[in-house]
Design a protein around this ligand. Structure first.
Ligand code: AP5
Ligand code: MG
Length: 223
């Protein structure tokens, strides 16, 4: 299949990288470009937490310490998204898989549904991440993120908030979780030729342009 600009592609894309590497930002742009559904596992978990159930309180504590939510809960959500795809539909998932067990689950589920997948990996050094954490605000209604000290969401007209897990100590814990669990999963995808490594330190536009170029090369090259 030849991928050109604004092509609808029935692929599953996963976007990974350290906290604040730009996964949500780029996933949104990619979803627009290729007419893909977009799911953020982090947003889904934060919405669960708002329900204030016993399980939600447990998740809240985990997130505020920078840990990972149990695989069984996350995998069930991902399975539902993948199984609900029509033949011609594609999907981009932001923030999954975050460990080897979730990576193996992805291989199994995509095999069962006959869908191909590719992992986009945003490579960003820690110094950039800490700076982005101090600037980020988000809208609790539409989940959009902002980076330049904006105060009001231009879409919902509500006050933007800071994420509790963007505190320096929690960010350090998220980074150590990432190194311990997510890096081994990335190595597995690299070994299986499923990884597209992108320099995530340029501007949002530069990173997006690089993703599009490399993505088209990779998909067209494999067809
Ligand atoms: P999640 O919400 O996914 O958090 P994360 O992985 O830490 O990533 P972030 O959302 O913080 O950053 P991002 O990479 O999306 O960057 P963004 O585009 O916002 O997960 C939260 C928690 O949920 C986890 O800690 C875990 O507990 C749990 N969880 C999630 N998935 C799970 C899973 N699979 N299994 C178990 N638990 C799971 O950009 C960041 C900021 O930088 C923004 O302000 C943005 O405007 C700005 N920005 C973006 N790109 C650029 C750029 N190129 N230059 C300058 N600024 C930029
Ligand atoms: Mg995000």
């Amino acid at each position: 299949m030849k991928v050109r600009k604004k092509t609808k592609i029935p692929f599953i894309f996963l976007i990974l990288g350290p906290p604040l590497s730009g996964k949500g930002t780029q996933a949104f742009l990619i979803s627009q470009e290729f007419y893909l559904k977009h799911f953020s596992v982090g947003d889904f978990i934060r919405e669960e937490i708002e329900k204030k159930t016993k399980k939600a309180n447990k998740f809240k504590k985990i997130i505020e310490k920078g840990g990972l939510i149990p695989d069984s809960f996350v995998n069930e959500f991902i399975k539902k998204q993948i199984f609900s795809l029509k033949k011609e539909e594609g999907l981009i998932i932001d923030g999954f898989p975050r460990n080897l067990s979730q990576a193996k689950f992805l291989f199994k589920t995509t095999k069962q549904t006959n869908k191909d997948f590719l992992v986009i990996y945003l490579d960003v050094r820690n110094s950039f991440l800490f700076k982005r954490a101090s600037l980020r605000r988000f809208c609790s209604l539409c989940n959009k993120v902002f980076k330049d000290g904006e105060i009001i969401c231009p879409f919902c007209n509500t006050r933007l908030l800071k994420r509790k897990d963007d505190k320096k100590t929690v960010l350090q814990a998220r980074l150590s979780e990432y190194r311990k669990n997510t890096l081994p999963a990335l190595k597995l995808f690299e070994k299986r030729n499923k990884l597209l490594k992108i320099d995530g330190e340029g501007t949002i536009k530069e990173v997006f342009r690089d993703i599009l170029e490399k993505l088209k090369e990779k998909i067209n090259g494999n067809s």
